[in-house]
Design a protein around this ligand. Structure first.
Ligand code: 17E
Ligand code: FE2
Length: 422
């Protein structure tokens, strides 16, 4: 073996296990491996999971907060306006530098799969060109998927459809869309139809920003589900945000969710951004504006969690840690029931990997060795404490390590370490 992680806790298995890694593969998982390895890590009962998957991020916009100006109202719409100004000054090096920095932050948090949107409403496609290069440069540690994302609309931006087609020809992995932001309902319908037609024609996945508004009349998701079924794209289509679902009446939501299940549509919720972007037009009481995570999961729909933004015109905070998004979703989604809490980490691991289409992913013999060792013994403790990632393994190599903070308290004449565990 090249690497063995000893004495790890694994989800869904009793006791402690050793994980043996040879080359870039998981070679063996067993309660005690007799082999030795060049490098051994003692997990000492801490949790090992498959790598984290960042399923929704805008790498072209990361780390631009305040440039050219800050978002004063906090709304999605002011964010899009500010970004529209920033796009004009993008350079190849500027995009590469910021995206690479953010990817390093993510890797330190255990992320080895990333799906990024890139705005293609730019006649020069500068950001796309830069991110296509970044995709190659990081491939040894991170699998990067690029989504052609028409931020200003496919039909509400000059030559939007041609720019989408050019982006596909240049080699994007996923087709995006933004129906709710198009100038009219009709344009929005064309946006959905075009995105899914391109996905079918070019054999790509689709992931549309869909109904990211508090408008209960924004109902493009039903068309996404219908077109998915019509084109035979079941399991290959994702709807991101879908915040309007929060405001739909329950009878309509019931009908919609049934069609979504038929279509096998994946849903990505982005609790960090949408916690601050939604509800901006409400007087009290102010709606939460998240999609119906609890109901969707209960109805057999794959839901996963994205980060969306790190320090950009929409969200001024963030360190690229999917666990923060998970933590916030527990609160806003009322996912604190014991059974729910125990599965929340899956929304940034296995569920996100299913949406990504990551075939070599998983904590099983023969799968690729992309793993995370948490400074916590269980998945609930990992989310609760935002546990440090003691070690991150990508393709069989330890690619990131974090020394967990240790707190000491002194009182009653004694000094003792506090670990926030019961
Ligand atoms: N663009 C958009 O339309 N919605 C978002 N949440 C972000 C960018 C971050
Ligand atoms: Fe987004």
């Amino acid at each position: 073996m090249d690497l063995i992680i000893r004495s790890a806790t694994l989800q869904g298995r009793e006791g402690r296990h050793d994980i043996g890694i040879r080359g870039d593969r998981i070679a063996a998982i067993a309660p005690g491996l007799p082999e030795r390895a060049a490098r051994e890590i003692d997990a000492a009962g801490d949790l090992v999971t498959p790598a984290l998957v960042e399923i929704h991020i805008h790498l072209d916009a990361v780390l631009t907060v305040g440039d050219p100006r800050h978002n004063r109202s906090g709304s999605l719409f002011e964010g899009i306006e500010i970004w529209g100004e920033r796009v004009k000054s993008l350079t190849h090096e500027d995009v590469k530098r910021r995206a690479t920095t953010a990817l390093k932050w993510m890797l330190a948090h255990g992320v080895t799969y990333v799906r990024t949107h890139v705005d293609v409403c730019d006649p020069t496609l500068t950001a796309l060109q830069a991110l296509l290069e970044v995709r190659e440069e990081v491939a040894e540690v991170i699998t990067l998927q690029i989504v052609a994302f028409p931020q200003q609309g496919i039909y509400s931006f000059p030559d939007g459809e041609a720019l989408m087609a050019r982006a596909v020809e240049m080699g994007v992995d996923v087709i995006g869309g933004i129906p709710h932001y198009e100038w009219t309902r009709e344009y929005g319908e064309r946006d959905v139809r075009t995105a899914l037609r391109l996905a079918a024609e070019y054999d790509r996945l689709a992931d549309l920003h869909c109904d990211e508004t508090d408008d209960d009349q924004s109902r493009f998701l039903e068309l996404v589900a219908a077109e998915t079924i019509r084109l035979g794209l079941q399991g290959r289509v994702t709807a991101s945000h879908t915040t309007a679902m929060h405001s739909y009446n329950n009878a309509y939501a019931y009908r919609l969710i049934r069609w979504m299940r038929h279509a096998g549509v994946h849903v990505i919720t982005n609790p960090l951004d949408n916690a601050v972007l939604q509800g901006r037009f409400d007087a009290y009481p102010i709606r939460r504006g998240f999609t119906r995570v609890k109901e969707l999961l209960a109805n057999g729909i794959n839901v996963c969690i994205g980060h969306d933004s790190i320090m950009d015109p929409w969200y001024p905070l963030g360190v690229g840690d999917p666990l923060q998004a998970c933590f916030v979703m527990v609160h806003y989604g009322h996912m604190s029931g014991r059974d729910e809490l125990e599965t929340m980490l899956d929304l940034v691991t296995t569920r996100a990997a299913a949406c990504f289409g990551a075939e070599e992913y998983g904590l099983e013999e023969g799968k690729r060795a992309d793993l995370v060792l948490f400074d916590a013994p269980t998945a609930v403790d990992a989310v609760r404490t935002l546990a440090a990632r003691r070690a991150v393994v990508s393709r069989g190599r330890v690619v990131a390590e974090t020394r967990p903070a240790r707190s000491t308290v002194r009182w009653q004449g004694r000094e003792e370490e506090v670990r926030f565990l019961i």
